[in-house]
Write a protein that binds this ligand. Sequence first.
Ligand SMILES: Cc1cc2nc3c(=O)[nH]c(=O)nc-3n(C[C@H](O)[C@H](O)[C@H](O)COP(=O)(O)OP(=O)(O)OC[C@H]3O[C@@H](n4cnc5c(N)ncnc54)[C@H](O)[C@@H]3O)c2cc1C
Length: 528
Amino acid sequence: MSSFNALPKGVTEADFTKAIKEYRALMGEDRVRTDSASLQSYSKIMCPVSEELHKPSAAMYPKTVKEIQAIVGIANKYKTPLWTISTGKNFGYGSAAPATRGQIVLDLKTMDKIIHVDEELGYCLVEPGVTYYDIQKYIKKHKMNLMISVPSPSAIVGPVGNSLDRGAGYTPYGDHFLFSCGMEVVLANGDVVRTGMGGVPNSTSWQATKWGSGPYVDGIFTQSNYGIVTKMGFWLMKTPPPGGYLPFLMKFPKVEMLPDIIKTIMPLRLSQLIPNACVVVNSLLEAACLCNYDENGKGMSRDTFYKGKGVLPPHVIQQIIEKCNIGAWSFYAAIYGTPEQVALAWKYVSGSFKAKFGNQVEIITEKEAKDDTNFEFRRQMMMGGSSLQEFTYYNWRGGGGSVWFAPVAAARPSESYKQVKIATDVLNKHGFDYLAEYIIGWREMHHIIDLLYDRTQPEETARAYKCYDELLKVFAKNGYGIYRTNPAFMEKAADTFGPEMRKIHHNLKKALDPNNILAPGKSGISLG
Ligand SMILES: Cc1cc2nc3c(=O)[nH]c(=O)nc-3n(C[C@H](O)[C@H](O)[C@H](O)COP(=O)(O)OP(=O)(O)OC[C@H]3O[C@@H](n4cnc5c(N)ncnc54)[C@H](O)[C@@H]3O)c2cc1C
């Protein structure tokens, strides 16, 4: 029986004890924790398997790049694996859980400096522990005319972790890795690399251009375990002038309308009349976002409409749509520019939908939305604002289990509905409802499906695992890959992209981290 919470695979208790002693000599006891209470928060995993499989052995809180260099030295000596997180809120994709049991969580929340915000060129350079909210506060304090693209939980998560997992937001800069520029990375051998122009001493364009000279390497540090990112740059959009932002919602009454909705959106997206990563949300996700509990645990939930855990029948879904006054699909997007540009673009955008759908589309702008909480949540987010509104939907089904299944589709009308049908069939077969949204990027749609289950029930958790597993298989069979996943499925997800890609990943790992000390198992990459 070990005196530690868990031990890394292949590391003896004696060696682990020595390693912890050396880590503590470097950073002190406070910043190297092995007690269960300190590790509790890293054990709240968000994938449908036992916490035991992903239990960390320790957590460490470095403050400087030099400390991280020393840490990788000790890790190489004792082969203690390091699972790096930035703000550590990878909700729905595993949270902070390491890919395998016994890894040390390298928690970079203690590196939280905003190094520079450049108002002239619209970019920032930040450390991993900086949250989106920190950047928003900084911009406000310094009265800068800038905004950062955020994911939904932006108040508590940060751009480094989000962009390294290739997350998405809802402004025109919504593809977060695409709008990142320049990284500083500590490699497993202790080298510190600055990518792009950052390699040139005294460069003034590290955050101004993504490309340096020679192969572009930033991508290999995303969704990977080839380095520890200690600084990262992000482009910031200029805030439009007063009257230059027009968020809107369009509600559609029938599920089968989806292909026509996508068909109408895409020309507007490609021409940049709608410039942002916009969303088409299904009825149940929209209803679940409205689900607010008061302090007595009362509020609207799935239970309000249907007793029992079985799949919601279509007539109940229809009742929910009517009671909540939502669409079978809700399309949220925005127009940005000068007031004149916005007015003109709005004529084309609203005109396109009216011409296609006539009185079958309900069009809502700020004027009609009044105090609609879902509209307000989206309005803020499409302008880079913070809110945690969407989190209320954990109360929708109850039991706290949630895992995102997120396949990507080419943004074609036929594919949109095909994916909905495939997902609904598999989810319903396993007793789960279809709750999802499409985030519409440049030419693709991220289909973000929330598999909600009751984590307090072992049978339901096991069923959620089987369901996810089948979703992965069936989508791959239909030619669809997923954009991101949780540790329980990283190995299987990697397999869907073929053996040749796995070989490249493996060879890179051998070259960059021969002792396999950086996050083994991340994206299915490990030498163990
Ligand atoms: C209700 C809800 C809504 C959500 N909405 C969105 C959304 O709109 N868009 C979206 O993208 N996500 C969304 N998420 C998922 C998730 O919460 C966010 O993506 C969040 O930003 C990720 O957590 P983080 O920023 O704390 O990253 P972290 O958890 O810190 O990092 C994510 C991963 O990146 C790697 N990593 C982190 N830091 C480093 C580093 N310094 N060096 C090397 N590797 C590193 C690790 O593998 C880590 O597991 C949502 C989740 C929930 C529950």
